[in-house]
Write a protein that binds this ligand. Structure first.
Ligand code: MG
Length: 384
């Protein structure tokens, strides 16, 4: 159909993936799903196939792959593993690839999608954190847009519409502070996985919810912003804002600040990335009633309290292969915490140890990034 946008979703069964499906469901005259990837959730894959009829389904888990392949033989193309994920990313008819997989597994498929000229709706921040120089150079070379899905980056992107970069004084990412924002470092010693997963404002996947509690999520977002908006770290600030109503702000050189506000609802930035530069109604989202909210609160960030945020700034400023180490160590440490194998405060400790032992590579190639990523994971596992 004319004007239809064809969409691949990498990570369709996750939080961003299912909310992207909501948006496609709301606007069937605008969007059509062409390809998805899932991990091992066979039931969800079935439901998506029945409702949206994607032509290709990439499956990460071997058993789930066998199951789906036997069920849909001759009807839907079912592909497997990392190569399958890339197939979903470069599916010929696709215009927009929503990269909603969690972790550095999103890197190669995103690069291949860029090389194939697809617009990227970027929900996988690890891609830019771990290989920002390669991904942004590829996007430039192939004339491809990287549209942010992360709520803070979508906010900044919206605030920058019609503005010139030279007039930007700084961008300010807001942070809710996560599930432990009212706890002291002393009180963090004995927190549980269950407590960590209780985010005060946003409903998100497990990994990112833990990242919010450690503030590593904000750290990764600072590095993501550095690459997305081409700004030095000195021009990127973080501001604690409990209510998550202001999603981020841009301060200009005449002291003027432009902010983007709304209820904390990921449907909004997802839809904006898919409709950009247009906007569409979004009946699913609750409009913000400022009178009802009545007060918004702000606080400076304490970098001693949130050591992960400090580590992220430091790794970002040094650059090269260091953010890859930061990210890989974090992914492994968070996984270990979620499995109940290490304490909450051990997450930052393991990341710090991985950073300290690393021998910096200044402009790592994709191959080197993959090696460093694997080697860092190995090291963190050896600490457990
Ligand atoms: Mg965010």
């Amino acid at each position: 159909m004319k004007g239809l946008k064809y969409i691949s979703i990498l990570g369709a069964s996750g939080s961003i993936g299912t909310q992207t499906l909501d948006i496609i469901r709301l606007h069937p005259d605008q969007f059509q799903l062409t390809a998805i990837s899932i991990g091992k959730n066979v039931d969800m894959a079935r439901a998506i196939i029945e409702e949206f009829a994607p032509r290709l389904v990439a499956v990460a888990d071997a058993d789930a792959y066998d199951q789906l392949r036997s069920e849909y033989a001759g009807k839907v193309k079912i592909v497997y593993g990392e190569d399958g994920l890339t197939e979903a990313a470069v599916f010929p008819e696709t215009n927009i690839v929503v990269t909603a997989v969690v972790g550095s597994v999103g890197l190669v498929p995103t690069l291949r999608a860029i090389e194939a000229g697809k617009t990227i709706a970027l929900a996988n921040k690890e891609t830019l954190v771990t290989a920002g120089h390669i991904v942004t150079a590829a996007a430039k070379k192939h004339g491809v847009s990287l549209l942010p899905v992360d709520s803070e980056h979508s906010a900044i992107f919206q605030c920058l519409q019609g503005e010139k970069k030279k007039n930007v004084e700084k961008i300010i990412l807001t942070a809710s502070g996560g599930s432990f924002r009212d706890k002291t470092r002393e009180e963090l010693k004995n927190v549980t996985v269950e407590e960590a997963l209780r985010h005060p404002n946003w409903s998100m996947g497990a990994k990112i919810t833990i990242d919010s509690a450690t503030m590593m999520n904000k750290g990764l977002e600072v590095i993501e912003a550095h690459w997305l908006f081409g700004l030095p770290y000195e021009q990127i600030d973080v501001l604690l804002h409990r209510e998550s109503i202001i999603h981020s702000l841009v301060q200009f050189r005449d002291t003027s600040i432009i902010a983007q506000l709304g209820m904390p609802d990921m449907h909004v930035p997802i839809q904006y990335a898919l409709t950009y530069p247009e906007r569409l109604p979004l009946i699913k989202a609750k409009p913000l009633d400022l009178a009802e909210i009545s007060a918004l609160h702000f606080q400076r960030v304490d970098f001693d309290r949130y050591r992960c945020l400090r580590l992220a700034y430091e790794a970002g400023k040094v650059g090269g292969s260091l953010p890859t180490v930061l990210n890989a160590a974090n992914e492994e440490a968070v996984a270990a915490f979620l499995q109940g194998r290490i304490a909450f405060l051990a997450i930052e400790e393991y990341i710090e140890r991985a950073l300290e032992r690393h021998k910096l590579v200044k402009e790592p190639s994709l191959e080197e990034i993959r090696e460093i990523d694997a080697e860092t994971r190995q090291y963190v596992r050896s600490l457990l």
